[in-house]
Design a protein around this ligand. Structure first.
Ligand code: UT7
Length: 345
């Protein structure tokens, strides 16, 4: 009798007697607006240089949505591509989760607009707000609904029109962000490849590091808040940087530990695309090679909740990620929030 081969990693989900239920990512898609804003374009409006932006961030250009192109439009286009890849019709979607900090309007949710635009009439829909960590929060929530047998098909979208909350007079922040959307279709595919684990974390004591002061119940919109430019995002870049490296490292290590995986077994690490120096620092401390790290922030900048969704789509469509590969997603954002996920593609 031949011995059963030892599995190459542990699937923490299988521990919980889910009777063969596995959450697979059956489709991935992304969309970025057509308009490109380069570092050289920014040199004309604020005191900055392509050299400074490239050396401090790794960003070369970013995409900017048109005036009449809303977050829900970016989200819908990314979702349509993910649904096409999955071979799923909008009517088959049970739940739509949109992670965003730039909703079309404070309410109703952007997810409801997406539901209408897709024609996903059966789907429940809600937004979630975990800033740049929203995509990982979204897939963890989506998979819980599938594992609990509440739903079979969940659409998770990270979508942002950050150009509407960036202060274009503030060189500290306006060079960093861009618009776009990434989406995945998650489905129950018994005994198949899928999401192995997801880690989520938060530290509300550091909320001030990255926030938008006005427009909420604490500081509603008024002439004074507009005059004081309080409807734009504000960031303590240096502190955010330090916290980002530490939190992403902790989240990634925890996700690997749960799956009894060593970083060398991961085929592709997809980090939140905020700053090349953050990505390098996290990669180095994790023991990942440059080859393992997926980077596209040179072309899109930081697209917050959309960032890892867009990157996952590009990693798959470019052939960097193949069927059966192990992927580590790791994110960090305002809140503070952070997260990581391991996927067997
Ligand atoms: O997605 C959420 C997570 N967000 C992040 O992860 C962002 C984390 N932070 C960062 O990526 C970096 O801190 C920044 C890229 C924002 C800034 O890089 P830094 O190396 O921390 O630069 P700094 O803020 O210490 O600024 C250094 C100098 C300052 O000048 P002085 O005070 O030394 O004279 C800034 O005023 O660079 C100046 N500066 C700029 N110069 C040219 C700041 N922004 C610019 C600019 N162009 N755009």
């Amino acid at each position: 009798m031949s011995a059963t081969p030892k599995p190459k990693f542990k699937n923490p989900r299988a521990q919980h007697n889910f009777q063969g239920r596995t959450v697979s990512i059956t489709g991935v898609g992304s969309y970025v607006p057509a308009k490109v804003l380069t570092n050289h374009d920014l040199e004309k409006s604020v005191e900055t240089s392509d050299e400074w932006i490239m050396s401090r961030t790794g960003i070369k250009e970013r995409r900017i949505a048109a005036k009449d192109e809303f977050t829900s439009d970016l989200a819908t286009k990314a979702a349509q591509r993910a649904l096409k890849m999955a071979g799923v019709t909008p009517e088959q979607v049970d739940l739509i989760i949109v992670a965003t900090i730039t909703p079309d309007m404070p309410f109703p949710s952007t997810a409801c607009f997406v539901q209408q635009k897709l024609g996903a009439r059966r789907a429940a829909a809600f937004d979630l707000e975990a800033a740049c960590s929203g995509f990982i929060y979204g897939i963890e929530i989506g998979q819980q609904f599938i594992m609990s047998r509440t739903y079979d098909t969940v659409l998770v979208i990270g979508a942002e029109k950050l150009s509407t909350i960036v202060d274009w007079q503030d060189r500290n922040t306006c060079v960093l962000f861009g618009d776009g959307a990434g989406a995945v279709v998650m489905q129950n595919r018994p005994n198949s490849h899928g999401l192995l684990t997801a880690v989520m974390g938060a530290d509300g004591t550091k909320a001030d590091l990255l926030h938008m002061p006005a427009g909420g119940s604490r500081c509603p919109a008024s002439q004074e808040t507009v005059d004081a430019r309080m409807h734009y995002l504000r960031m303590d870049g240096k502190e955010t940087f330090k916290n980002a490296v530490q939190a992403m490292l902790t989240a990634a290590k925890e996700a690997l530990r749960r799956c009894e995986l060593d970083i060398s077994q991961i085929n592709c690490v997809i980090p939140h695309q905020a700053n090349r120096r953050i990505i390098n620092a996290v990669g180095e401390r994790l023991g990942a090679t440059t080859d393992q790290l997926f980077v596209n922030l040179d072309r899109y900048g930081n697209t917050s909740a959309a960032s890892v969704g867009i990157a996952l789509d590009e990693a798959v469509s470019s052939g960097k990620v193949k069927r059966g590969d192990l992927i580590l997603l790791v994110v960090f954002g305002a809140g503070l929030t952070w997260g990581a996920a391991v996927i067997e593609w």
